[in-house]
Design a protein around this ligand. Sequence first.
Ligand code: ADP
Ligand code: MG
Length: 253
Amino acid sequence: MLKVSSLEKRFGGLTALKDVHFSVTQGQIKAVIGPNGAGKTTLFNLIAGTLRPTAGDIRLDGEAIAGLPSSRIGMAGIARTFQQPQVFTSLTILENAMLGGHRYHRGDFLSCGLGLRHTRREEEKLRERAEKWLEFAGIGDIAHRNASELPLGQQRYVEIARAMATGSKLILMDEPAAGLDDTETRELGDMVRAISESGTTVLLIDHHMDFVMSLADEVLVLNFGERLAEGTPHEIQNSQVVIDAYLGTDDDA
Ligand SMILES: Nc1ncnc2c1ncn2[C@@H]1O[C@H](COP(=O)(O)OP(=O)(O)O)[C@@H](O)[C@H]1O
Ligand SMILES: [Mg+2]
């Protein structure tokens, strides 16, 4: 569904990504790992349209999306969560979870010409999906409370619910388990599996090896902006080049 080829991103003299290529198959949970500064978040920013690549190609179901504005990429079916949860404390939890869809859903563009019915349908679907994933996260019953009351772990669930509420076919999750304890991380794993089973393809960045290796169908390893390896968790854990460069030395591992 997603095909990345010869992707490059330079920031002035710094090459953050160089000749990165990989693909994601529909229905997969694919993980991106690599030390800090490896270019993981930059990769997500390029896919989501927050940054424009210096070179290379990104295709979603055959459609070239590299360099398109993030709103267009959102409408093409990609949603994301951020490393730092972006929660608006003046809004309720449910309002926060419904925010992403207002940026993406077709109603914004069609409502002028077609009246409000379509917009209301979209709004209902947005609400249904937001409620479903807040429910799954165990915060459905407090969805009408102000989001400022939520601890970090639950703010992350709001982010995930927001991305899922858009009905996107691919979700990018940047370090969803960062700052979570073991129990929260396990619960998050269940949520990611449920997301995958619901038909949404998952591309996720994380540092927690147990989490990634138990969850992912395939793993892409980045190192200094380059594609070091790609394979099943078993292949990656037994890859000498990965062990030498990363697994053997990273404290987080
Ligand atoms: N907007 C930016 N401007 C300049 N340099 C950046 C920018 N974003 C990231 N970088 C640099 O690119 C490299 C990769 O960063 P990043 O993608 O955040 O790594 P990771 O997410 O793997 O930790 C780092 O050296 C970082 O400092
Ligand atoms: Mg990062």
